[in-house]
Design a protein around this ligand. Structure first.
Ligand code: NAD
Ligand code: TYD
Length: 350
């Protein structure tokens, strides 16, 4: 089964992974269609993530909520949408611990609203972008497969788990065309600097402390964001209806090893002694419900759709550090909220 979408509604396309996916669409000469980016432009979304990368004639940005069924339905009608790729979400575990409500609203109720639109418009294929965190925590060995039972630990992962269940239930009950992907931790340019890797890079540039939760030995499987974007394109165009695909990087690292690798890269780039930067590491109170280890078996995606990651962690991290060095002032503006007023003035919500 192949699909050749010509009018894709990307939700959350002004965020980290959604913007990488849209950049890939416009860089790919095989895709000649158009993209409607529906994004609420929360603190995590920034239209400038796509500045210079999009072909204006083929690109429309709409500020709005995925939970607004009328708006989504109108966009599908107006633009003849034939595929939706749903990135829109609240995505930070620590924020979900402090305030779960918006996670339930956007991640669960918002996904439900999109599915209701697709139920009325069954010619649309719906791809749902999800996380490996729905599977819970692994011990020292083993990998998450598509058959692993869901066992989420945080309000974030529970809300993503609920949305995945809704997508699969709508496919089985109403016969709509859906696919789901569950991916490991992404890293790369345009990552909002509240997540581990960009936070540590910026703090290293500024001589600030590097907060490491607990003993620093939690393990994550890291994937360069462009590799995720390629996997999503493969699933969107060639994935089997009703199927789930795990996406992962085969790059398991402890958090402290990641922090030390970033120290090495920044020391080299800035000509600073490693020991000076290492003295900024601070072990801090652990995250409640902190999952110990994630690791993904992506053999289904590799064997059925021929995808494999192009970046290893060392080259991907080096590229990421260089990008943050080149864009530090801009990213700091985003982090400090300096762009919020400009976004609110220029992109009125509907
Ligand atoms: P992000 O936080 O960088 O971006 C989320 C985007 O969604 C932002 O642009 C935000 O403005 C938008 N948004 C939030 N609420 C919205 C709403 N109600 N309506 C419309 N837009 C809304 O997140 P990300 O890291 O790019 O993650 C994208 C998706 O990928 C999420 O669904 C996340 O669960 C999933 N995922 C992320 C990772 C990761 O490592 N970051 C890994 C696997 C899966
Ligand atoms: P994060 O980037 O928040 O992604 P996730 O929670 O989705 O895996 O965190 C990655 C790992 O780094 C996770 O084990 C928590 C840890 N962490 C720290 O040790 N310090 C930090 O300041 C942050 C943000 C995360």
């Amino acid at each position: 089964m192949t699909r050749s979408p010509q009018s894709i509604l990307v939700t959350g396309g002004a965020g980290f992974i959604g913007s990488a996916f849209i950049r890939r669409l416009f860089a790919d000469t095989a895709f000649a269609g158009k993209v409607v980016n529906l994004d609420l432009l929360t603190y995590a979304g920034n239209p400038e993530n796509l500045k210079g990368a999009v072909d204006d004639a083929r690109y429309t940005l709409v500020r709005g909520d995925i939970g607004d069924q009328k708006l989504v339905d109108g966009l599908c009608e107006q633009h003849g949408v034939d595929a939706i790729v749903n990135f829109a979400a609240e995505s930070h575990v620590d924020r979900s611990i402090l305030g779960p409500g918006v996670f339930v609203q956007t991640n669960i109720v918002g996904t439900y609203a999109l599915l209701e639109v697709v139920r009325k418009r069954p010619s649309i294929h719906f791809h749902h972008v999800s996380t490996d965190e729905v599977y819970g925590s692994l011990g020292p060995t083993g990998l998450f497969t598509e058959q692993t039972a869901y066992d989420p630990s945080s309000p974030y992962s529970a809300s993503k788990a609920a949305s995945d269940h809704l997508v699969r239930a709508y496919q089985r009950t109403y016969g709509i065309s859906t696919t789901v992907s569950n991916c490991s931790n992404n890293y790369g340019p345009f990552h909002f600097p509240e997540k581990l890797i960009p936070l540590v890079i910026l703090n290293l540039f500024e001589g600030k402390e590097l907060p490491v939760y607990g003993d620093g030995l939690n393990v994550r499987d890291w994937l360069f964001v462009d590799d995720h974007a390629e996997a999503l394109w493969a699933i969107l165009t060639r994935g089997q209806v009703g199927q789930t695909y795990n996406v992962g990087g085969n790059n398991e690292w402890t958090n402290i090893a990641i922090v030390k690798k970033l120290i090495e890269l920044v020391a080299e780039l800035k000509g600073k002694p490693k020991s000076e930067l290492e003295s900024s590491i601070r072990y801090v109170k652990d995250r409640p419900g902190h999952d110990r280890r994630y690791a993904i078996d992506s053999s289904k995606l590799q064997s059925e759709l021929g995808w494999s990651p192009r970046h290893d962690l060392e080259s991907g991290l080096a590229e990421t550090v260089r990008w943050y060095a080149d864009n530090a002032a801009w990213v700091n503006g985003v982090r400090s909220g300096a762009y919020r007023e400009w976004i609110d003035q220029n992109y009125a919500a509907r």
